[in-house]
Design a protein around this ligand. Structure first.
Ligand SMILES: *Cc1c(COP(=O)(O)O)cnc(C)c1O
Length: 386
């Protein structure tokens, strides 16, 4: 089959849910992906911050191949070697105080679990989340998500959610009541425009939650796993949340999610569960991914390459740019005009990038991206944004 035939099949038999780019991607290596014609693209989307360790890293491929030949499924009512190892590894790297994890299959599932656990632990019903926040598409996760167009068609949603502007302490103070089970925040809003939470705001959120008996849940599904230059973005804030959600990059593309929790949360047997969560295949891929992140110090790479990117981008005046917002290799370039035409022109030049809202160009390259690949991206941005 050729590229047009694959596109026709997806268009005919798939649900038309996504604004598609005009390429059929069939292979990946490092920070590069290739289409059916063998054309190479620098992948500054990385499956939306999934391929943090690069596409098809040989160690991760080997771990997956080995596990596929050994065992791919075991019920959660039995113990498993890979699950045990992954749980230990996750807790070893987690922010202080988080001492157990619930394994599931996606970011939304990790959020759903956090919401249920928070109601259970506090006996309260309500949640406070941030305007422009994004937490996923399932009923609970979309209830926590600010964007009205994602929520309104599916009403009535889960009751009890309110939304406050990020970085406005007094608004948060006013929103947390004796019914608040938890405050749920991203430390850098991904889908919402690469908006960075202030340190004072996060410190105030922690204090307010403590004072009023609410839990603090941090959604690190996009910021976690070295993306922002630390293993978890919480480390930038010296923050000890009550729960942290991770997913995306954890198993380099094999579906996985996890809700990490502290001693305030206890869940009795039978109250929650999953068929696929914690399966040996996903766990093996995750262990290998965590190994690469540690051995190749991807957090330091994200930090260093992010600084290099910012410094190189600033070498030319960019009339079309309003602001750059960045933490590690989580990069948002706020434009003075719509981002879509720029995304299309980048694609035509062999660079895959993302939007974050209508006017923000978002770059989330694999953290192993080489300096010469960054240089290529910078050259295109200098030309397109001048
Ligand atoms: C992607 C994302 C989610 C949802 O994860 P899925 O795996 O798509 O369900 C939730 N929160 C944040 C911050 C995300 O970036």
């Amino acid at each position: 089959m050729n590229a047009d035939q694959y596109k026709d099949l997806e268009n005919q038999y798939g649900l038309n849910l996504y604004a598609k780019r005009d390429a059929v991607i069939v292979r990946g290596e490092g920070a590069t992906v290739f289409d059916t014609e063998g054309r190479a693209y620098i992948d500054c989307a990385a499956g939306i911050s999934v391929a943090n360790a690069g596409h098809c890293h040989p160690d991760i491929v080997a771990a997956m191949q080995q596990q596929a030949a050994q065992l791919t499924v075991v019920a959660n009512t039995l113990y498993n070697d890979r699950r045990a190892e992954l749980l230990q590894r996750l807790i070893e790297t987690a922010p202080t105080g988080l001492n157990r994890a619930y394994l599931c299959n996606s970011g939304s599932e990790a959020i759903e679990a956090a919401l249920k656990f928070a109601r259970l632990a506090t006996g309260r019903t309500d949640f406070v989340t941030a305007m422009r926040g994004f937490h996923g598409r399932t009923m609970g996760a979309v209830s926590a998500t600010f964007t009205k167009k994602y929520r309104d068609p599916f009403a009535p949603l889960i009751p009890g959610f309110s939304y406050v502007p990020l970085n406005k302490i007094e608004k948060l103070d006013a929103a947390i009541t004796e019914n608040t089970a938890a405050v749920l925040l991203e430390l850098v809003q991904g889908e919402g425009g690469v908006n960075i939470a202030d340190a004072q705001y996060i410190a105030a959120a922690r204090q307010l939650c403590n004072d009023r008996g609410a839990l603090l849940i941090i959604d690190e599904i996009q910021t976690g796993l070295c993306r922002t230059g630390k293993f978890f973005a919480c480390e930038h804030y010296d923050l000890q949340p009550d729960m942290v959600t991770v997913a995306k990059a954890l198993a380099s593309g094999i579906p996985i999610g996890a809700t990490l929790l502290n001693d305030k949360i206890n869940v009795d047997p039978g109250l929650h569960g999953t068929t696929f969560g914690g399966n040996p295949m996903a766990c093996a891929a995750a262990i290998a991914t965590l190994d690469v992140m540690k051995n190749e110090d991807l957090a330091a790479k994200a930090h260093g390459t992010g600084e290099y990117f910012e410094q190189r981008l600033a070498e030319k005046p960019l009339a079309q740019v309003r602001e750059l917002r960045r933490r590690g290799l989580m990069i948002g370039i706020e434009l003075k005009s719509k981002v879509q035409p720029i995304l299309e022109q980048l694609m035509a030049r062999g660079v895959i990038a993302l939007p974050a809202g209508a006017t923000v160009l978002r770059l989330l390259p694999p953290l192993i991206i080489e300096r010469d690949q960054i240089d290529t991206v910078i050259n295109h941005l200098h030309e397109l944004l001048a």
